[in-house]
Ligand binder design. Structure first.
Ligand code: ADP
Ligand code: MG
Length: 362
């Protein structure tokens, strides 16, 4: 087990800075997911922790000890890559045993280690087969087994489920979580998939353009995003965004008549309620009614997306379209008149320039 620390880490490839002053402490036994768009620096950060990549400046510490001078092989960290890269001419057993070749172990001890990993990953029946005879999911289990067999201090996974189809990804996600709980090893998992991040992480680390945007538990990242980027990146459908104006206790959306009333406290909390703000409101906080009611404004449904368990309804309010989550069939057809309100407790206001959440840090 290990605590991993990145202190003021900078990484340049030529003149291109891909990690910008990264500061992060991953606690012993924690499951951290690094989330972000492609090109954001996730793989580079992971490779730097593993020792597969040098850093230009800053420090990486494992259990409080600087590891710059330590080669990847001496860091006792296992890495699972997106492409499984198994040895095709070796059996599953030989693939899993491969990292043990440099470890002093007698045969029975080695067999026991392989057996245990194979049982945990439910691939015992495949031990004598070649990787080419396995399904994608089983191949990835073997790759994870190979990473785990040495009982590393930390397990790093770089989009390990990326090439699997959606259903298998969901199943493997559960297995990875179970494995983490059983082993208790410090895990860092990279993905661009926010659902994967939400479902796996103790804490999510959001990285964009080499800059750390937010670190927090999944519910905190979802409910209290530090900036507009985080708000937009996490959650499906994407959070509604609209230019808004705050006037006393009333919030109006650009182009729409009238305003929504908010309680004073909500708005008073904001650090700067200057004229222009960006409102962020998730679909479940856009409330619809069939008939006029206090605090509700008239709008028109322009599209209905039936998703089985619920619908996502687009409503046009002045020049702005908001997506609302409703129970199935709540709005019968496009063009229907509806009345819309916003749940003030789930409304976010961002500075239009800095894009920071005006309610401050979570
Ligand atoms: N070996 C390399 N040489 C030059 N540039 C690289 C190298 N590896 C990554 N980069 C650049 O660093 C940036 C971050 O890449 P990466 O860490 O792979 O991001 P992510 O994993 O989030 O997609 C990208 O702009 C990429 O082109
Ligand atoms: Mg990557």
């Amino acid at each position: 087990m290990a605590q991993i620390e990145m202190r003021n880490v900078q990484k340049f490839f030529g003149t291109n800075q891909v990690l910008k002053d990264l500061n992060l402490t991953i606690e012993d036994g924690e499951f951290v997911v690094m989330l972000g768009q492609s090109g954001g620096g996730k793989t580079t950060a992971l490779r730097a922790i593993a020792g597969l990549e040098t850093v230009t400046d800053g420090k990486i510490l494992i259990d409080g000890t600087e590891v710059q001078g330590r080669k990847a092989a001496d860091r006792d960290i296992a890495f699972v890559f997106q492409s499984f890269s198994l040895y095709p001419h070796m059996t599953v057993r030989e693939n899993i045993a491969f990292p043990l070749r440099a470890v002093r172990m007698d045969t029975s001890e080695r067999d026991r280690a392989i057996k245990e990993v194979a049982e945990t990953l439910q691939i015992s029946q495949h031990l004598d087969r070649k990787p080419s005879a396995l399904s994608g999911g089983d191949m990835q289990r073997v790759a994870i087994g190979r990473a785990l067999v040495r009982r590393p201090q930390a397990l790093l996974m770089d989009e390990p489920l990326g090439v699997l189809d959606a259903k298998l990804r969901e199943q493997m996600r559960t297995e990875i979580k179970r494995l983490h709980i059983a082993r208790g090893s410090t895990s860092v998992y990279v993905t661009h998939d926010q659902i994967e991040a939400m479902s796996l992480a103790d804490r999510i680390v959001i990285l964009h353009d080499g800059i750390l945007q937010m670190v927090g538990a999944p519910d905190v990242v979802y409910l209290k995003p530090t900036n507009l980027f985080v708000a937009k990146f996490v959650g499906s459908p994407v959070i509604n965004i609209a230019d808004a104006t705050i006037n006393g206790t009333s919030v109006s959306i650009a182009g729409a008549e009238g305003g929504f009333s908010f309680d004073e406290d909500t708005l008073a909390r904001l650090r700067n309620t200057g004229s222009g703000v960006t409102l962020g409101i998730r679909s479940e906080a856009v409330l619809l009614k069939h008939a006029q009611a206090k605090g509700y404004a008239e709008a028109k449904a322009t599209n209905i997306e039936p998703l089985g368990s619920h619908d996502i309804v687009d409503v046009q309010l002045g020049g702005t379209t908001l997506r609302a989550r409703t129970e199935s069939g709540f709005v019968r057809g496009e063009g229907q008149k509806v009345w819309v309100s916003l749940n003030p407790e789930q409304a976010h206001f961002f500075d239009r320039q800095t894009e920071l959440n005006l309610a401050g840090a979570a």
